[in-house]
Ligand binder design. Structure first.
Ligand code: MG
Length: 262
């Protein structure tokens, strides 16, 4: 398949961690390119597999960093309660992760189960847990081993932070539970389709005219291609083979040029 012509596309969906920003710092040229795309009439959305933040929180962070064009910002937290309801009905959920994840699951109508009552759980939701303890790991693994479906915002192994460093990601925690329980998780975030489809719905665009831009081949590139979106790999360190994605760019300036706005 020939490389897509980015200058004819109508929308762009951007990954956040490691693409638009690294930790608390925007990547070079991101603000300028996003503003230029917006001025050219392109619809923009932002998706993050962040399992600790809502879209609204990340939108505020983008605005603080100078990306005023961020309107549609989506995370798995926005849809995890809905995914649980679709798959399992209203459930008793053992939630291991950020308080924000528990809050959105409760808001979706599910009942939260305490760690000590893990036997009562009909679903186990596991996100990145900065307060992970062996007790919580045990409760989640036992509930999943007893047959409660294991649901997770994402299976990213790492959470990139500034300076090229990282924190263990949601995937590191959920895999510990999955391995102990002997089950496979249901994944709400990238590379599974729900987040991509929701971003397209918010933009009112089809997959064919909307590019996904991200730094992760397994998460952003494969996930976008699976729903039919042209996929642009942001590889600032270089070294990515051209066939890794539909288009490979090493900077936001290069993306702007290819999109006809730089
Ligand atoms: Mg990323």
């Amino acid at each position: 398949m020939p490389a897509p012509n980015l200058s004819t596309l109508r929308g762009f969906v951007f990954d956040l961690d490691g693409c638009v920003w690294s930790g608390d710092v925007l990547n070079p040229g991101a603000a300028e390119t996003l503003a230029a795309l917006h001025r050219s009439g392109r619809a923009l959305a932002f998706v993050s597999n962040n399992s600790r933040a809502t879209g609204g929180e990340l939108r505020e962070r983008l605005h603080r960093l100078g990306v005023g064009v961020a309107e549609h910002v989506l995370t798995p937290l926005e849809i995890i309660g809905e995914v649980i309801r679709e798959r399992c009905g209203l459930s008793r959920v053992l939630a291991i992760g950020a308080p924000e994840m528990s809050a959105v699951i409760a808001r979706a109508g599910h009942e939260l189960v305490d760690v000590k009552d893990y036997r009562a759980a009909t679903v186990v939701a596991v996100g990145n847990d900065f307060d992970l303890s062996y007790e919580r790991l045990t409760a989640a693994a036992r509930a999943a081993a007893r047959g409660a479906p294991l649901v997770t915002p994402n299976v990213d192994p790492r959470l990139p932070i500034e300076g090229g460093d990282f924190l263990p990601g949601c995937g590191s925690v959920v895999q510990a539970v999955a391995v102990a329980a002997g089950v496979r998780p249901i994944v709400v975030g990238k590379p599974e389709p729900p987040l991509f489809r929701m971003a397209l719905a918010r933009l009112g665009l089809t997959a064919a005219v909307t590019a996904m831009v991200g730094d992760s081949i397994p998460s952003d590139i494969r996930g976008a291609q699976a729903v039919g979106m042209p996929a642009v790999l942001y590889a600032p360190a270089g070294g990515a083979p051209a066939e890794a994605a539909d288009v490979v760019v090493s900077s936001f300036a290069e993306l702007a040029r290819l999109a006809g706005v730089g």
